[in-house]
Design a protein around this ligand. Structure first.
Ligand code: SF4
Length: 314
């Protein structure tokens, strides 16, 4: 049943936690896995430089190292979750680092099926690029999705080709739309990541993406505010052309995000409102010690105060 968001229901956005609980009847935790994949935008196939903001170390948990087997990473991830949440029983293995469909189907099968055979793992989330998927892989993923929960998450980052070019994504927005449509046509849960604050985009352009994203066949979305990561090409770009960047303060982001949510299709599940790279990776102070869960609480409170909700203006 679709979630009704309005003042009466008190439900103000389509949350990922509620989505998973509705699906599995219990809280489900993600354990990250680094399958040792590369990325065509780094290995020279598309480019050698990668996306200008890319530094996978900034979000990869420390237990995730490709030198360890998939099972060992899952085991360590589960120990970590159980230490924090004693009730944790069910897990989704999240192939997160780099492009996790950038290999033959035979290799994907070995890695994914090792993860799915681990006790307590009830599904997979596969993060990848829109140009690292094809019919053969989608057919295999469809077979898996008939037995397990399976989601593919595409890094789309922006709906504007001028931005994708500037950040050296190596694909167009049209490529991303095609990957999303094809995956959804196979009945696969399809997600996407977007970044707000990318260079050269106005606030209005960022905001207008709500309408574009609303029209995509997406089940879930993750949003991040741009954070400038030390040692990246984007840091260099930022230092050379600070006038092209309008980084959000957290107060600005709060106001922007509420307006954005009001325009977003209410059937899309919002998995993340913000990104949270550790401070030691950031150029500047970012949002200081504000954690993603604090921002979520502030957004929930503000939605309440303004008596508004996701999709109110959709
Ligand atoms: S697609 Fe992902 S892994 Fe590849 S360069 Fe871009 S951000 Fe890095």
């Amino acid at each position: 049943m679709p979630v009704m968001m309005n003042s009466q229901s008190g439900i103000r956005y389509n949350s990922y936690g509620r989505f998973l609980k509705g699906k599995f009847g219990c809280r489900v935790y993600k354990v990250s896995v680094d399958g040792g994949f590369s990325c065509p935008n780094r290995d020279g196939t598309i480019s050698a430089g990668g996306c200008t903001y890319c530094n996978n170390d900034a979000f990869n948990p420390s237990y995730c190292q490709p030198a360890k087997s998939v099972s060992q990473q899952i085991e360590e991830g589960i120990i970590f979750h159980k230490w924090r949440y004693s009730e944790a029983r069910s897990y989704l293995a999240y192939f997160q680092a780099y492009s996790n469909t950038y290999a033959t189907v035979d290799k994907l099968r070995i890695l994914y099926e090792e993860a799915l055979s681990y006790p307590g793992v009830i599904g997979l989330i596969v993060g990848t690029r829109p140009d690292c998927i094809d019919e053969e892989k989608l057919k295999y993923l469809k077979v898996l999705s008939e037995k397990y929960y399976l989601a593919v998450e595409y890094g789309i980052e922006s709906c504007y080709n001028k931005t994708l070019k500037r950040i050296n994504r190596g694909h167009t927005f049209e490529d991303a739309v095609m990957a999303v449509e094809k995956s959804a046509a196979y009945g696969i849960n399809t997600g996407a990541h977007f970044i707000f604050g990318l260079p050269g985009e106005t606030r209005e352009e960022m905001f207008d993406q709500a309408d574009i994203i609303s029209g995509l066949a997406l089940k879930t979305v993750k949003f991040h505010q741009l954070q400038i990561i030390k040692g990246t090409r984007m840091e260099k770009d930022f230092l050379e052309h600070p006038e092209d960047f309008e980084l959000f303060s957290w107060e600005e982001y709060l106001n922007f995000f509420i307006r954005f949510l009001e325009r977003l299709n209410p059937s899309i599940v919002v998995e993340r409102f913000t990104g949270e790279a550790p401070l030691r990776f950031l150029t500047g102070t970012g949002w200081g010690k504000k954690r993603a869960d604090q921002i979520v609480n502030l957004i929930e409170k503000r939605l309440e105060e303004l008596d508004t909700w996701q999709g109110r203006l959709y």
